[in-house]
Design a protein around this ligand. Structure first.
Ligand code: HEC
Length: 128
């Protein structure tokens, strides 16, 4: 009884350590791997949305040279989000300075624009 309890505690401790290890990104691996840029690799989880994103928004919003707020770049998106999602949606559809009308996604619906903006403006949780 006593011994059984000790083992139970030990296993829980080990499981917690392994869980923490997974959260921290795989203990000791990828020492020499180049740091992912985030914007270049981020893709919406939804397949249909990923398709639209890859064919349009991504050309500029994952390209630092385009002057667009990069996908997942909280610093770039925070002041834009402050304008309100409705304004961002309006700017996506009608264009805004360097941002072309419809973001070159002529088949995108309003709902898809909204989802794409939310995706790009969200800070990726993977990594740290
Ligand atoms: C041809 C390049 C290009 C494409 C394609 C593009 N964007 Fe943009 N986008 C820009 C640039 C450049 C800006 C920054 C405009 C500025 O603030 O001067 C911008 C800004 C934005 C903004 C912020 C607008 C604001 O009011 O601050 C949103 C939202 C946005 N884009 C959404 C999208 C979506 C959604 C798509 C895909 C459907 C897309 N963009 C595709 C270039 C692009």
């Amino acid at each position: 009884m006593q011994a059984g309890q000790n083992w139970g505690r030990r296993w829980r401790g080990l499981a917690a350590m392994l869980g923490l290890c997974a959260l921290l990104g795989g203990c000791g691996e990828e020492a020499g791997a180049p740091a992912p840029t985030g914007a270049a690799q981020a893709v919406p989880a939804d397949a249909a949305l990923a398709q639209l994103y890859g064919a349009s928004c991504r050309q500029c919003h994952a390209n630092p040279a385009a002057g667009a707020p990069l996908t997942g770049d909280a610093v770039a998106w925070t002041p834009r989000l402050a304008k309100g999602l409705d304004t961002l949606l309006e700017h996506s559809i009608n264009g805004f300075q360097g941002m072309p009308p419809m973001g070159l996604c002529m088949q995108c619906t309003e709902q898809e624009f909204r989802a794409l903006i939310e995706f790009m403006a969200a800070v990726p949780t993977e990594g740290r």
